[in-house]
Design a protein around this ligand. Structure first.
Ligand code: BGC
Length: 457
C-alpha cells in the first residue's frame, strides 16, 4: 500500500477506535443515572458518597425580595462585583456590575493574597461609584463549601486548579471580613454565602417558579436542586423552611462514567488526582486537555503531524477550551478553518488531514461531555419527579453551555433518547451571569438590606 493510503486507513481506524473509547450510549446513560440517584440518597443520608449534597441554607426566593445589595461573584479568573436594586414587584432588577481580573498568583499562592486582591477590588468598585454608606453583601463562592448557616462556611477543598494556601478548612466569610478590614473598607457587611449553582438557580427562580435546578457548565461544572429540608441529614438546625437548595457538587461524581485511558492520564496529572472525575470529562478547564492527550497519542503512533507533535501542543493545557470551540465550529470539508486555528497557535506544520483529525477528535470529546452533562442533569431533575409529571426549568450558565458548538443540541438529543416526548418538560434556560444577581437576591432575603446610593452609570 502506498504510504498515503496506509496513513489514511490508519487514521480511519484510529477514529473508529476513538469513537468507541468515548461512546456513551443511552443504556449507559441510564446506568449512570441510577448510580447518580443512589449517590444522591447516600449523600443526603450522610453516608459516604461521591455527591457531597451540601446544605446551602437558601431556598428559591419569593420574588418579593428588595433592597440595594452588593454581590461578589468569585469562581473563575474574573471577579464580578455588582450593586443590584431589587424592587420585589416583578420588575427586572437594575444592576451595576464590573469585572476585575485575578492574576494567576492570586489563585495559586496564599489565601491572604487572594482575599487581599478581592478586598482591593471591592474598595475600588465602591470608590468608583462614591458608595460610602453601609451595604449588605452576598458572596458567591464557586467551590465546595461546608456551610453552617447562610453566612458561614468553610472551603472543603479547591477545585478547577486553584491552590491558594490557608483557605481549605477555613471560613471564607471570616477571610473576606479580615481582608476588608485590612483595606479599611468599613461599610460592607457580608450577610450571605452561596455557590454559583445556587445563585444561578435563585436568579432565575426570582421570575420563574418552575425553576428548581441550577447548573454550571463552564470552567467547572456542578448542579444544585431543591429538596425537602426534612430529607437532609446534615445539621441544619434553625432552618425553618420546607425546602432547601442542595449543592450536589456533581463534578465530583465518579460512578458508571465512560472513562478511558485519556481520562486516567488527565486525572493523574491534575492538581487534584482522584477528585472531580465528572468535571474532568465535562468542563471547560479539561476538554482541551483531553483532546490534546488524544492528539499527542496519535502523533506518537505516527498518525498525525508526521509523528512530531507541534511545540504549542506539547505541554499540559496546550489546547484551551476556546480553541476546541473554534476548531470544531469549522464546517468546511477540507478543515481549512481548523487548520487556520492550529496555525494561529503556532502549529503551522498542520496539514489538512491533521486539522480534520484534530477536529474529529474534538467533536468526539465534546459530544461525550454533552451526553454526560445531560445524564447528570436528567438524574437531578427526575430524582423527585421520576415520571416528569411537572415542568422543570433548569437555570444554566457557563461558557461551555453558552458557546461550545453543538453542546446544547447534543444535550437535548440525549434528553430525547432518555424521555421521548416528555423531554419537552425540561427547559434549559441560559441564565447569563445569574450567580451574581442570585447572590444579591439571597443577601436581600436575609432581610439585611439598606438603601444604598444607586448612581447612574
Ligand atoms: C466547584 C463547584 C462549582 C463548579 C462550577 C466546581 O469545580 O467545585 O462548587 O459550582 O465548579 O463553577
Amino acid at each position: 500500500m502506498p504510504r498515503r493510503t496506509r496513513l489514511e486507513s490508519g487514521l480511519q481506524n484510529a477514529l473508529s477506535i476513538l469513537a468507541d473509547q468515548f461512546a456513551f450510549p443511552t443504556d449507559r446513560m441510564r446506568t449512570m443515572m441510577a448510580a447518580f440517584h443512589e449517590d444522591m440518597d447516600r449523600g443526603l443520608a450522610g453516608l459516604p458518597s461521591s455527591l457531597r449534597m451540601l446544605p446551602t441554607f437558601a431556598d428559591n426566593p419569593s420574588g418579593r425580595e428588595k433592597g440595594d445589595v452588593l454581590a461578589l461573584d468569585l469562581g473563575g479568573s474574573n471577579v464580578r462585583l455588582l450593586l443590584a436594586r431589587l424592587t420585589g414587584d416583578g420588575r427586572e432588577p437594575q444592576v451595576l456590575s464590573e469585572k476585575f481580573k485575578l492574576e494567576p498568583e492570586h489563585v495559586s499562592t496564599t489565601g491572604e493574597a487572594l482575599f487581599g486582591a478581592i478586598a482591593r477590588f471591592i474598595k475600588e468598585f465602591l470608590a468608583g461609584r462614591r458608595l460610602d454608606g453601609s451595604y449588605p453583601l452576598g458572596f458567591t463562592f464557586s467551590f465546595p463549601l461546608r456551610q453552617h448557616s447562610i453566612r458561614r462556611g468553610e472551603l472543603i477543598l479547591w477545585t478547577k486548579g486553584w491552590t491558594a494556601s490557608g483557605v481549605e478548612g477555613r471560613d471564607v466569610v471570616s477571610l473576606l471580613d479580615r481582608a476588608l478590614e485590612g483595606q479599611g473598607v468599613g461599610g460592607v457587611r457580608v450577610v450571605s454565602l452561596d455557590n454559583d449553582t445556587t445563585g444561578t438557580q435563585v436568579a432565575r427562580a426570582y421570575f420563574d417558579p418552575a425553576c428548581d435546578t441550577g447548573c454550571i457548565l463552564g470552567t467547572g461544572t456542578n448542579i444544585c436542586y431543591r429538596e425537602r429540608a426534612a430529607r437532609i441529614q446534615a445539621p441544619i438546625a434553625g432552618y425553618t423552611r420546607e425546602f432547601m437548595i442542595v449543592n450536589m457538587e456533581s463534578g465530583n461524581f465518579n460512578r458508571a462514567l465512560p472513562r478511558n485511558r485519556y481520562d486516567a492520564r488527565l486525572d493523574a496529572r491534575s492538581e487534584n488526582p482522584a477528585g472531580q472525575w465528572e468535571e474532568k470529562m465535562v468542563s471547560g478547564k479539561y476538554l482541551g486537555e483531553l483532546v490534546r492527550l488524544a492528539v499527542a497519542d496519535w502523533t506518537g503512533r505516527g498518525l498525525l503531524f508526521e509523528g512530531r507533535l507541534p511545540g504549542p501542543l506539547a505541554g499540559r493545557d496546550g489546547l484551551a477550551g476556546e480553541t476546541i470551540s473554534a476548531i470544531i465550529a469549522d464546517p468546511s470539508e477540507d478543515a481549512d478553518g481548523a487548520r487556520a486555528v492550529l496555525a494561529g497557535l503556532g502549529a503551522d506544520g498542520a496539514g489538512r488531514d491533521d486539522a480534520a483529525a484534530v477536529r474529529a477528535i474534538g467533536r468526539t470529546v465534546v459530544l461525550r461531555a454533552a451526553r454526560i452533562a445531560a445524564a447528570a442533569l436528567a438524574a437531578a431533575v427526575t430524582k423527585n419527579d421520576p415520571g416528569l409529571q411537572a415542568a422543570h426549568t433548569v437555570a444554566v450558565d457557563g461558557s461551555i453551555f453558552e458557546k461550545m458548538p453543538g453542546f446544547r443540541e447534543s444535550m437535548r438529543a440525549a434528553f430525547g433518547e432518555l424521555f421521548g416526548a416528555r423531554a419537552e418538560r425540561i427547559t434549559l434556560a441560559l441564565t447569563h451571569d445569574g450567580s451574581g444577581l442570585g447572590a444579591a437576591i439571597i443577601a436581600a432575603s436575609t432581610g439585611a438590606h439598606s438603601e444604598a446610593y444607586y448612581g447612574e452609570q
